[in-house]
Write a protein that binds this ligand. Sequence first.
Ligand SMILES: Cc1ncc(COP(=O)(O)O)c(C=O)c1O
Length: 374
Amino acid sequence: MGNGVSRYAAWRERADAIEREGLKRTLRALVPVGQTRAALPGGRVCDLFSSNDYLGLAEHPAIRAAMASGGAGAARLISGNRRGHDALEDALGAWMGRPVTLFGSGYLANLAVFTALFGAGDHVVSDALNHASIIDGLRLSRCARSVMPHGSVGVPAGATAIAVEGLYSMDGDFAPVVELAAAPGAPLLVVDEAHAVGCIGPGGKGVAALAGVTPDVVVGTLGKAFGAAGAFVAGPPEVREVLVSSARPFIYTTGLPEGVALAALAGLRLATDARRERLAAQVQRLRAGLRQVGVDAGGVAHIVPIRTGPNTMALAAALLERGFLVGGVRYPTVARGDERLRVTVSAEHTDEQVDRLVEALAVVTVDPNVRSAG
Ligand SMILES: Cc1ncc(COP(=O)(O)O)c(C=O)c1O
């Protein structure tokens, strides 16, 4: 601007304010080393306990090989539908026992579910800890919405639908799906199984399947346990019909690259009971180890939150110095005062990796220098 004020002054101020509040986020370039390790810039190799690659598939040779195809070039409804998309939808549909529709990501799948399947006249009740993509989908929808306390089963009268996560991404606990499925007035039940599919329940079908519940709509992701990218929505045939013909995140976006769809298909086939058992065994080892050294962990499955208070980033840095990459989670991803380390377990972690992480956590969580660094 001619008056000497930068054209981008407002954005500079916004970026500076984020930094002043201690909320600046930075990207780190990692080079995978096998399934559970990564080289940091400078070459040091660390153990990864921060990935959602729960079954250790993202670097599997079959997934890497499947990725080798071109882009879709257009939305699937234009000229971007490939045989790989159909093959993946057929395989996911056979696995879930219901028609499935693919999306570019879990974020887009949730935008689609809440904007296309609900509207004026609906009242959707959402768990307080639901993922940002559910919150944003509900904000974009014309439905009435209300938030219920995390884990609550007290669904308000008149609700037409309930939205929960099967396994909560930051707290690692399960939604009370049995009680919710029996809520008075029989509201529709939408369960986002992003972190559970592939890992939990019979055949890895998720938390609801584990509890013997068939939600009306299930959202699953393909970029976490299945090692690829993308997501799917499963439900009755009407759900697919509505999504394909009216969901904006389906219609107005380029189809997944075919290689990604084929990689997800490979991931689905590689997600065996044997891998799930290995994951469960390492989860048990980590949780038992933490109990033994007196580190308090939340949740029940492969997402293991350790509440830290505001020094969570200092703790994550101290762990990194000891060779472990663990995510520090802070506001706005979680509420202020509820900061935590988010440890995630992989079926490919060795006993030794898990044991060494437990030792490191036992040290850093009581280190007075780290504790005072918040
Ligand atoms: C519960 C939940 N739903 C949806 C998503 C979004 O999935 P994606 O990473 O495929 O966009 C996430 C991402 O972590 C999530 O935790």
